[in-house]
Design a protein around this ligand. Sequence first.
Ligand code: GLA
Length: 390
Amino acid sequence: MPTPSPVHAGLAAAFADAFGHAPEGVWRAPGRVNLIGEHTDYNEGLVLPFALPLGVSAAASRRDDGLVEVRSLQADTAVTASVSGTPGDVEGWAAYPVGMARVLHEHGPDGHGRKVGGATLLFDSDLPQGAGLSSSAALECATAIALCDLHGVEIAPAELARLAQRAENEHVGVPSGIMDQSASMLSSAGSALLLDCRTGLTSDVPFAPQDAGLTLMVIDTRATHELTGGEYGQRRAECERAAEILGVPALRDIKDLPAALAQLDEPVLRRRVQHVVTENHRVEATVGLLRAGAVAEIGGLLLASHMSLRDQFEISWPEANVAVDEAVRAGARGGRMVGGGFGGSVIVLTHTERADRVRDAINAAYESRSWTPPVFLTDTAPSQGARRLS
Ligand code: GLA
């Protein structure tokens, strides 16, 4: 089990300093990396993310005046809002935890008649923001488990992930799918999480590249990304439009790709469909290889995913393309951009003995272009999902 980073050790003390009393507990939810299955979640397809050791911690105590007070060690703003408020009156980072509290409150009583109410929360994060590693989902999920525990409310983790997605969709206005919140809530240490986004069925797929002499590098390209930027919603709308033209509930349902492509007049829609359909197959192939113990062989699938996201879904960015190209040139097995696109992180799978060479090649390529140096995350072992720390 991953130990909390030193950054979080003083969180309970910081809470006592800020609010004059000790918190009732500390909860933590991780960020995620998606191994493969990008922009498939809202097309009701398959994803294969895993939770990082990095995440968001929340020290919190219950309050019974119907208010949520949120502060963060990473932000200057403190926000106090009613737990029964409506979307729109809280902006910025605080919209995530306040929105989460409101969605839980609105969700109503659990099987024991208990309902989520107010709380005071102090957050601390060691996840880089805008790096495409789901700091937002981690913030939502840390809030969700803290509030449920504080009010003695029992909601199954998969349902909490759906409520966290709703908080992001309705209270922040980002039309994200279910992958990030599911990865943060449901992941197990040592495994990637195979999630069927239509049925909600999950299974753990053991992922231990180090046992095969391999390293999965996670590289923050330092080109920050924002899901609120509009392009994410545009891609989603294009997929929905294609599904409507093709007469299927979701792109997941396409069984005959050439026939579907022949029915679409717009080249843009053909490219989007091509990506989504082939990406679902790549998830299945990746799971097959991992279950067969052939982890090194997934490199080609990662690379195919990257090229599809770059050329068909058109959401990659120059820093990601250069990192992946250089990694492969330096002998890596494969790599790809991760997350919503237009900025954030890439993953690279390499034999551990070549990791230094790969890192040097990427650094040199960035330097020759006068780009901000990338950040190579050091602790990337697949980790446990959201949990109470104390
Ligand atoms: C973001 C969204 C997810 C998913 C990915 C792309 O991370 O929050 O729901 O759609 O982009 O795979």
